[in-house]
Ligand binder design. Structure first.
Ligand code: SF4
Ligand code: SF4
Length: 280
């Protein structure tokens, strides 16, 4: 049986918003009974792009764009909260809010911990992404957002078909879910979700020059080490570290006194300019 799912590769997303615009183009002002009523011109983001800034200006600022539709969870809290079938799972796995049965049921918004259900004030109904259920029913192979993505960041297909690209990506072990703690078996999965980085800039104190090719050893509490070297500008960075983890950062270079920092990756860590002083 078909079970639709999506993989979103954050490392390929450049934040162009084509998916967001395609979604708005499909749904604003257009009714698709029995799957959805027209989305209002303002205030709803069925395909929201979350922009996550990492680091602090002017040091190591990166932006990760995270397209965030409904996760079409297999074990969805929204479906459980809808006692009279206002929200249901199609045979193909897509989670649908019935625009007729859900009228007046604003409380259904708070059933979704991902906050991807929106309230239509004019029509008095909750609304969200349908995986373009009306198009799939008409024989389309993918939703409008996936078709519009120029970078291949969105991959859609049948999770029950082991040969589909979406299944192969899931089987590769590279995908993660956005909030595993919700434990809702999301059918939307991610590659490259932003983690934490530790970065800094090393300078030779005696010459005031950028310290290139200096070894930086980053050790976690289980004594696992990762070693990076500074580049020609004296900068170093180790990315994709887990959050809320303690590390020791050791900076060593022949002829110079070593320096050590204790850090916790509550946020991304930028150690600033680190001066290496000559041994006497
Ligand atoms: S993400 Fe929210 S609205 Fe979508 S299926 Fe899961 S619980 Fe329901
Ligand atoms: S269309 Fe693709 S690249 Fe553009 S914002 Fe959406 S997912 Fe990212």
């Amino acid at each position: 049986m078909t079970k639709y799912g999506m993989v979103i590769d954050i490392t390929r997303c450049n934040g162009c918003y084509n998916c967001f615009l395609a979604c708005r183009d499909e749904y604003c002002g257009n009714d698709y009974p029995p799957f959805s009523a027209a989305e209002p011109e303002r205030g709803q983001f069925w395909m929201r792009i979350i922009e996550r800034e990492r680091g602090k200006y002017p040091h190591v600022v990166k932006v990760a764009y995270m397209p965030t539709p409904c996760m079409h969870c297999d074990d969805a809290l929204c479906v459980k909260a809808a006692k009279n079938g206002e929200i249901y799972r199609q045979k193909n796995g897509a989670i649908i809010i019935d625009p007729v049965k859900s009228k007046g049921k604003k409380q259904l918004l708070s059933a979704c911990p991902f906050r991807v259900i929106f309230w239509n004030e004019e029509k008095q109904i909750p609304q969200k992404c349908t995986f373009c259920a009306h198009l799939l029913n008409d024989g389309w192979k993918e939703p409008r957002c996936v078709e519009a993505c120029p970078t291949g960041a969105l991959v859609f297909g049948d999770l029950d078909d082991p040969n589909s690209e979406v299944s192969r990506l899931v089987a590769s072990g590279k995908t993660e879910i956005l909030h595993p703690e919700y434990n809702m078996q999301d059918k939307v999965r991610y590659i490259g979700l932003p983690m934490r980085f530790i970065a800094g800039s090393v300078i030779f104190g005696d010459t005031d020059e950028c310290a290139g090719s200096v070894s930086i050893t980053i050790t976690d509490e289980e004594a696992k080490k990762k070693i990076v070297k500074t580049n020609n500008f004296g900068d170093f960075e180790l990315d994709r570290l887990p959050a809320d983890t303690k590390y020791t950062v050791q900076i060593k270079h022949t002829g110079y006194k070593s320096t050590e920092f204790k850090v916790i990756t509550r946020t991304d860590v930028y150690l600033g300019d680190i001066i290496l002083n000559r041994r006497k």
